[in-house]
Design a protein around this ligand. Structure first.
Ligand SMILES: Nc1ncnc2c1ncn2[C@@H]1O[C@H](COP(=O)(O)OP(=O)(O)OP(=O)(O)O)[C@@H](O)[C@H]1O
Length: 359
């Protein structure tokens, strides 16, 4: 494997967060050991696996290079892992880079021209590539050719360069962010969904056995329920629970041990961490469930507006605990139930917060 960009795909706003979906330094070190190596080992995503299996088998039967593949989905759902599996299943080498690492078309030309025949090029965060590089990629994907521009101004000339056939695997958090001409050049697009708790249980059992940790079925279920549908988070929580089990007990992960360990790390039964709960608590206790503006909510929890919007809210919205409305953020009945509080209109018999904070 060849890494062009070894910098972790991290997001500063997620740094140090146990339930953050972006990879941190420790994740990077351990993930290599935990990555499934074949489609059979890859847990969940049944539809994607089945479709990809067909695409790869057909290419192998034809003795051809596999079509370009676009993987979309949230961080930590297994896009990098799948790209490595694609290379392994095709018996091809893989080169890994990312959109932000390719700022000039020349950077991309250098990578493309050094690819071997059949090689898989994994381009993470493909939506963050520079515009000129993106345009070069169109031609490379379609015709396996690039025009390298030599010189500047009126004297500049384009030198055509033939490329060996290769498979581009692009990854993006949202396929909708890609310009249509780029999206259209992928022969196969897979959207990766968040994982069901039972699937995460399988991920956890598999990782526990690779890490040589003993875990009971209930213990795995307890961790899975708090992993926010994301294998990377499941693996990270497993490592923290393992520490706890080792230091405070006999090393075996039971349901009680998992629950106690994750209470120490302030990850609650639904996977909310301290920040998520602080946002919900402020919304419920200070603003009677809203609607309240984002900036006001951010001040109330002592965080930046962006942190609340980008770090806490997406998961709260996905969990059906918070709604973004034109008039501001509003707590749902599930939020009141989750924090064990009673909505004011139930206590007073009217829709108190709407009247109190209405326009
Ligand atoms: N389906 C799966 N089965 C088992 N383990 C998985 C699966 N998907 C992901 N993992 C594990 O989760 C971790 C994160 O996966 P991966 O790095 O592939 O995610 P990603 O989608 O590429 O994330 P990012 O977008 O942040 O790069 C890896 O350690 C991998 O082993």
């Amino acid at each position: 494997m060849n890494w062009d960009d070894t910098s972790p795909v991290t997001d500063d706003t997620q740094a140090g967060r146990l339930v953050g979906a972006a990879a941190d330094g420790e994740d990077q070190a351990v993930e290599a050991a935990l990555r499934p190596k074949s489609l059979d080992e890859f847990v969940g995503q049944e539809r994607v696996r089945e479709q990809l299996d067909l695409v790869l088998k057909a290419a192998r039967q034809r003795g051809a290079t596999a079509d370009h593949v676009l993987l979309s989905g949230a961080p930590g759902l297994g896009k990098t892992t799948l790209s490595m599996i694609i290379a392994a299943e095709m018996g091809a080498p893989i080169r890994i880079t990312s959109g932000p690492a390719i700022q000039h078309a020349g950077d991309l030309a250098a990578i493309l021209s050094s690819l071997q025949e059949g090689e898989v090029l994994f381009l993470d965060e493909i939506h963050r590539m520079s515009r000129p590089a993106e345009e070069m990629l169109y031609m490379a994907m379609e015709d396996f050719r690039v025009d390298v521009i030599v010189g500047k101004g009126p004297g500049a000339t384009a030198i055509p360069l033939e490329l060996p056939p290769f498979t581009l695997v692009g990854a993006t958090t949202r396929a909708g962010l890609l310009p249509p001409p780029l999206r259209d050049r992928f022969g196969f697009t897979a959207h990766m969904e968040f994982y069901e708790p039972v699937e995460l249980e399988r991920v956890i059992h598999r990782s526990a056995s690779l890490l040589d940790v003993e875990i009971e079925t209930d213990g795995a279920a307890e961790i899975a329920g708090r992993s926010r549908g994301t294998p990377r988070i499941a693996n990270r929580l497993l490592r923290r629970v393992r520490d706890y089990a080792q230091v405070k007990a006999d090393g075996v992960i039971t349901r009680d041990i998992a629950a106690a360990a994750l209470a120490v790390y302030e990850v609650d039964a639904r996977g909310l961490d301290r920040l998520d709960r602080a946002v919900l608590q402020a919304l419920l206790k200070l603003f009677a469930g809203g609607p309240v503006g984002l900036s006001t909510l951010a001040v109330a929890v002592g965080e930046e507006r962006e942190t609340v919007e980008e770090v806490a809210e997406p998961f709260l919205v996905r969990e059906g605990l918070l709604a973004r409305t034109p008039r501001g953020r509003v707590a749902t009945p599930a939020a009141w139930a989750h924090l064990g509080l009673t909505p004011p209109h139930q206590a007073t018999g009217g829709n108190g917060q709407q009247d109190l904070f209405g326009a």
